[in-house]
Design a protein around this ligand. Structure first.
Ligand code: ADP
Ligand code: MG
Length: 266
């Protein structure tokens, strides 16, 4: 067995996201870059999973493969009961529209639309309309009730990311993937945004899988996988204590060179 997942001990039937021995290499000219070297991981329904690792460790690749935005070179991905290898583009598009939400570092808001229009955009594109009481509830929850008619340029970075979160919440998507969701935020906004995600998962049963280079982000998660050079080198289950994470940062767990078999040398 080449890899070890963070969910070996858990009940796999309750995993809404599962990657099994996922490898991904990219061609660049005649070379190929190994971005994921065989990752096995499972994310339980209704939990927050954090993928933590330095720049270039494969976090975005992992999320893209898990979300079906990119196809692994080998291995399998199961998302909300669907094995992604077996899905054609139409089925994948439908899966993304109906069951998967995304939050990005750069917010991905449309500048011409106001807060409410940005939040409901995925529903509008799918030809649906938001449940009005859910919309009000979500907008209030993210603290933007006073800003419904504001456009993104009138908001702070933290408020913009809360619009993106509201957009992922209002569709009631089963899984929300967040790639460096706090990468453009200061410490206070980071705290607010991650607290909000965590609270939402508790209340709605949605699942969040987020990636960050910042180990402190792990303290908002139920499960943490540490990624180094395309491999999971460590894992934590909860509750995760900030002090432990800080200690691990100082120990430089993800600075170790990958070993021949697994990510951890020695
Ligand atoms: P992270 O998100 O942790 O910074 P990435 O998943 O973006 O890491 O990248 C992992 C590795 O794969 C890096 O070495 C990166 O240069 C490489 N990589 C990512 N995307 C591509 C691509 N489209 N083409 C070639 N190499 C890529
Ligand atoms: Mg990345």
């Amino acid at each position: 067995m080449e890899t070890e997942g963070i969910s070996e001990q858990s009940d796999r039937t309750d995993e809404i996201v599962r990657l099994e021995s996922v490898r991904k290499s990219y061609r660049s000219g005649t070379d190929s870059v190994l971005a994921l070297g065989g990752v096995t991981i499972g994310c339980p329904r209704g939990s927050v999973t954090a993928i933590i690792g330095p720049s270039g460790s494969g976090k975005s690749t992992l999320l893209q493969c898990a979300a079906g935005l990119d196809r692994p070179t080998s291995g399998t991905v199961t998302l909300d009961g669907e094995e992604l290898n077996g899905l054609d583009e139409t089925a994948l598009t439908r899966l993304h529209r109906d069951r998967v939400g995304f939050i990005f570092q750069t917010f991905n808001l449309l500048p011409a639309l106001d807060v409410e229009e940005n939040v409901t955009l995925p529903l509008t594109l799918a030809g649906r309309s938001a449940d009005p009481s859910l919309l009000v509830d979500v907008i209030r929850r993210v603290g933007l009730a006073e800003h419904m008619r504001h456009r993104p340029f009138e908001l702070s970075p933290g408020q913009r990311q809360r619009v993106a979160i509201a957009r992922a919440l209002v569709t009631r998507h089963a899984v929300i993937f967040a790639d460096e969701p706090t990468g453009a935020l200061d410490a206070r906004d980071t705290d607010e945004v991650l607290g909000l995600l965590q609270e939402t998962v508790r209340e709605t049963g949605q699942t969040v899988v987020m990636a960050s280079h910042d180990p402190l982000v792990a303290s908002y998660a139920d499960r943490v996988a540490f990624l180094s050079a395309g491999r999971i080198v460590d894992e934590l289950n909860f509750p995760v204590d900030r002090a432990v994470i800080q200690r691990m940062t100082h120990l430089g767990v993800w600075d170790r060179p990958p070993g021949p078999e697994r990510g951890v040398a020695g």
